[in-house]
Design a protein around this ligand. Structure first.
Ligand SMILES: [Zn+2]
Length: 142
């Protein structure tokens, strides 16, 4: 099956160890994900690509319990939608990233737990191409 990345400029994939691609402001060192066009802190346009740590800690989370409103790029319909977890994951001391989580059971998630980046199927195109996106999984389960 053909697999493509949902947003190839946002994470490295296919890769043995996929990573999120952030941006680091050269003058002030501010790190942002996804990489911004200009630095929110100092306004500089000098942003260099910066690979983020693949592991972090869960800072907060919720469960997306209903189909998001348009525009929503996932392939589900109201019939096929399954709730998914959404979290803010703190990556090192660098940046906090909002991400889909592989776990949607709040009883299996806790603030401060170790999380690891993984790549999961997001939707399937009519021609069978599988579109992949990044998500965070509890460390050891990715
Ligand atoms: Zn800056």
């Amino acid at each position: 099956m053909t697999q493509v990345a949902f947003a190839p400029d946002v994470f490295t994939w296919p890769a043995e160890e996929p990573a999120l691609i952030g941006g680091r402001c050269v003058p002030c060192g501010s790190i942002t994900f996804p990489a911004p066009g200009s630095c929110a802190r100092c306004g500089s346009l000098e942003i260099e690509q910066h690979m983020l740590p693949r592991q972090g800690t869960l800072w907060t989370f919720t469960t997306q319990g209903f189909l998001p409103k348009e525009p929503y790029a996932g392939g589900e319909t109201a019939e096929t939608f399954r709730p998914y977890g959404v979290g803010l994951v703190q990556l090192g001391d660098e940046v906090r990233v909002e991400s889909r989580l592989t776990e949607n059971d709040p009883d299996k998630l806790r603030i401060g737990m170790e999380m690891e980046l993984t790549v999961v199927p997001f939707r399937v195109e009519p021609d069978g191409t599988e579109v992949m996106t990044f998500a965070f999984a509890p460390a050891g389960e990715a």
